[in-house]
Design a protein around this ligand. Structure first.
Ligand code: OTU
Length: 639
């Protein structure tokens, strides 16, 4: 019996003829891709046809046991596959404990998210981590259970249900690249079980590690130098990140199978989006930086195919904070399009926004945003300004040189500027992982602190406070209008300052990323109702953008923005077009001066009827010009 016939029979028995046929059709559509990718990755080690059969069996189990409410959602989403591209989709990113204590606390705070127009909730790592330091949850010991401090798997299922009943979706982290050193697989490997030893990359001596390290960059040169860790009685274990995070060996098909099981299980619990942590690192190759290898993409495509058969409403989001030339491939943009991840972080936009805020010159931003390969039409970027990680200066050397900048000097300038060391800098961040060997470093700090708010508040300078808030909202105005799903990082809606009280638990003192992972300040949140307060101004600004965005069909994802040249180096401008909607032009002033731009150059393609639909205060559109205050922004659209 063919796989498809068998699938039809099994699914029809479990789910009825109509759904049985749907499962069979999905398998039929994906089968060739699945077989081809698995053959390329694992064909040399195992019989790929056997592997396909085994994995499809697992996929069918998941399809047949998928809870009915989730199958109803699947049906909707298959009818409207662009559901996540809707302009009303806006994300919020937070730690469940820092935001609301635990998962039940989050369920009680959904109205707050409603005020911000949030429809997509990304909760930071919540699966059971190791005890002690756990890299913010990125060292998991059990993918099948929730961190007991946050609740239970039942709480997660209930939260997903609550979100779905409000038309919202849930995103959680899935750490694919490594497990905690205390995960049962790792413990079995350490105890000498050969099957589990083969789940990791273990070396008897330094020979191969030394050879690999010649070309491997260090991710945490400061807190976890090198990419291998020596374990007594075991040998040298590949650990790209911290010593207690052991990289899985994805060249072993058993690892693929085990992680597929995890993916399918989380999908059936009601998770809508899986953020695939550290995706670029899955495949290692001597003589390279062991990131973005072709096999990484094949593995993601194979996982995608399997998940789409069992749970077609579930999305993958690539966490690939990589160079621009490597980025769009995670959305399936190869020589030919291949379904891979549906979403990917637009780290180029994030980095160029901060770079431009420091230089007050949009030339580099225009260069790198224009050069980036556009997202395939069935996918979307997630656009963001801040996340829980540091900001690494992923400006490509080519882009920097093309606009006359020395790449290394520019990156050094950015770290100096945002750590506050540069004379006249308004930012109050901190250097993260300074690498004395290369001089590279990254930056920690909340968005508000990096925009100058912390400095302005401690100086008691109201004028500077207003300017810092304009910077923050101007940056968010780009994130909310560029195209893709905008992510609001918890606390930015209240312009929360750096957390000076971090360092209370293991690992947090040494890792200054915790300065921008504050606990939600609910007293500050209460002040969102006071229009003159800092929180009130920030909140109204962000909520206003959300409301405007939801009404603008032109902000549907799936087409890229066109970056414009207004002839003024201080203003970032881009046009968005959509066949079924009026065009929109977004303008953002990255300078200390007010600017006045003639309509013809600032608003190409818009008519005289065009109107400002969202802007900073004192933005003005006349019959001839657009006037933006310093650090101001405007969205202009035809009626
Ligand atoms: C991710 O980041 C997480 O976002 C971090 O919080 C974790 O510490 C880390 O993985 C390990 O799980 O290099 O500096 O291209 O940029 O995976 C952070 C992807 C990181 C990497 C990313 C990684």
């Amino acid at each position: 019996m063919s796989l498809v016939t068998e699938a039809r029979r099994r699914a029809a028995t479990a789910l009825g003829a109509v759904e049985g046929e749907a499962v069979a059709a999905r398998l039929e559509l994906r089968q060739a891709d699945l077989a081809a990718t698995l053959e390329q990755v694992y064909g040399a080690k195992v019989d790929a046809a056997d592997l396909v059969e085994r994995l499809v069996d697992r996929v069918l189990d998941a399809a047949c046991s998928r809870p009915k409410p989730l199958r109803v959602l699947d049906r909707r989403r298959e009818i409207d596959p662009s559901w996540f591209q809707d302009p009303a989709t806006i994300g919020y990113v937070c730690y469940a404990d820092r935001f609301a204590g635990d998962l039940s606390g989050v369920r009680r705070r959904l109205d707050y998210l409603g005020e911000l127009g949030i429809t997509y909730l990304h909760l930071m790592p919540l699966l059971r981590p190791r005890d002690g330091d756990n890299d913010g949850g990125y060292a998991v010991v059990d993918y099948g259970s929730v961190d007991p401090r946050l609740g239970t798997m039942a709480d997660l299922v209930n939260l997903a249900g609550d979100l779905h009943s409000r038309g919202m979706s849930l995103c959680i982290d899935l750490v694919l690249n490594h497990t905690a050193a205390e995960h049962p697989w790792a413990l079995a490997a350490a105890a000498g079980d050969p099957a589990y030893r083969a789940f990791y990359r273990v070396f008897a001596d330094r020979e191969l590690p030394d050879r690999f390290e010649r070309t491997l960059p260090e991710v945490f040169p400061d807190q976890a130098p090198g990419s291998f860790t020596q374990v007594d009685g075991v040998g040298w274990v590949w650990a790209t990140f911290n010593d207690y995070q052991w990289d899985l060996d994805w060249s072993n098909p058993e690892v693929f199978d085990a992680m597929l099981t995890v993916v399918l299980d989380l999908a059936n619990r009601g998770v809508d989006v899986l953020r695939l942590d550290a995706a670029p690192f899955l495949w290692k190759r001597e003589g390279t930086d062991s990131q973005n290898q072709p096999e990484v993409h094949l593995i993601l495509q194979a996982l995608r195919a399997c998940c789409a058969i069992a749970a077609p409403g579930v999305l993958f989001k690539a966490e690939a904070i990589v160079a621009p030339q490597q980025l769009t491939q995670y959305l399936g943009a190869h020589d030919r399009f291949r379904p891979e991840c549906d979403l990917a972080y637009h780290n180029q936009l994030m980095v160029t926004l901060w770079s431009t805020l420091a230089t007050r010159d949009v030339t580099l931003a225009r260069q790198s945003l224009t050069n980036l390969r556009p997202a395939p039409s069935s996918t979307a970027w997630v656009t963001y300004l801040r996340c829980h990680d540091d900001i690494g200066w992923a400006v490509s050397d080519e882009d920097a040189r093309a606009v006359g900048l020395d790449p290394a000097a520019h990156r050094r300038f950015l770290s100096d500027f945002y750590s506050g060391a540069h004379p006249g800098s308004f930012a109050r961040g901190a250097l993260f992982q300074l690498n004395p060997r290369t001089g590279d470093s990254r930056i920690s700090g909340t968005a508000a602190a990096l925009c100058g708010l912390d400095a302005a508040r401690s100086a008691g300078d109201d004028e500077e406070v207003a300017i810092a808030l304009r910077r923050l909202l101007m940056l968010y105005s780009v994130v909310y209008s560029f195209g893709g799903i905008p992510l609001l990082y918890m606390g930015d809606e209240l312009a929360l300052p750096n957390d000076e009280r971090r360092a209370q638990s293991a690992g947090q003192a040494e890792d200054n990323r915790w300065m921008h992972r504050p606990r939600m300040d609910w007293a500050a949140a209460q002040r969102r109702h006071e229009p003159a307060s800092v929180e009130g101004r920030a909140f109204a600004g962000i909520a206003g953008m959300a409301a405007a965005r939801a009404r603008l069909a032109v902000l549907q994802s799936g087409t890229g923005p066109e970056v414009l040249d207004t002839g003024d180096r201080r203003v970032l401008a881009f046009a968005r077009r959509h066949p079924g909607a009026s065009g929109l032009v977004a303008l953002a002033n990255f300078s200390d001066d007010p600017v006045l731009l003639p309509r013809e150059t600032a608003l190409p393609g818009l008519s005289l009827e065009a109107r400002v639909v969202q802007s900073s205060e004192s933005t003005e559109l006349t019959a001839y010009d657009v006037a933006l205050p310093s650090w101001g922004h405007a969205w202009v659209t035809d009626p």
